[in-house]
Each structure stands twice: as structure tokens, then as C-alpha cells.
Design a protein around this ligand. Sequence first.
Ligand SMILES: [Zn+2]
Length: 117
Amino acid sequence: MCIECPNCGFEDAYHDGVNYVCPNCGNEWDDGNDYDSDLGEGQVDYVRFDRGDIWAVLIDGDEVYIDSDEVLDHYSRHRITRGLVNRLSEDLHSETIKYYLDDDGDLSLDGELSDYI
Ligand SMILES: [Zn+2]
């Protein structure tokens, strides 16, 4: 994911778990998300597909919902197949993803698949 520093415009700032940090000028700033307290992150172990829903299973056992339409869009496919789920699982394996608690009480992927793959 590309984060631009508001101070110097450098485009490769990173998140240290609390704040964004710019390696260019040393600026640190809050990520400004209202739902920040609900945000979590974790490393993906594998991807699970069940009854039309796709879940990223994290190493700690949490499951994060991924919108299946977004998966289809990302891979330019028309339907979810076992092969596609396997490919997504490989692509996300060991990636650290961010998630938030949605209105239904499910952990959902924060941002888009292209932020992580
Ligand atoms: Zn900067």
C-alpha cells in the first residue's frame, strides 16, 4: 500500500502499528481512521471458502471476511472456483493484512486486495 507523507510528499511511508512514519523526513502522524480502535492486523495462514463466502484465516486463528466480488474483480474471473481460492490462498499466504469489525460483527478486510497482493 502506498502512503504519502503529508509533510514532504514521499510516497513510501509505513505504519508502525500506531502511527504512520515517513522514512524520508521522519514525520509521524496518526492514520486518522475513526474506526482505528477496531482495526487489527494479522498474518494470513490460508484462505477458506464456504457457502459463497471467502475468509482469510490468520495465523492466530481469527477469520477475516473478504468480499467475493472483490476477489472476482481482482482476478478478472466470473465465478469462484477451487483453483481461484487456492491461488488467492497462495497470494495472501504470509501477508500481513488489516481488518476491522463491520456492522454485522464480522472481521472484514480493510482496503482492497490490491493493497496486499
Ligand atoms: Zn516525509
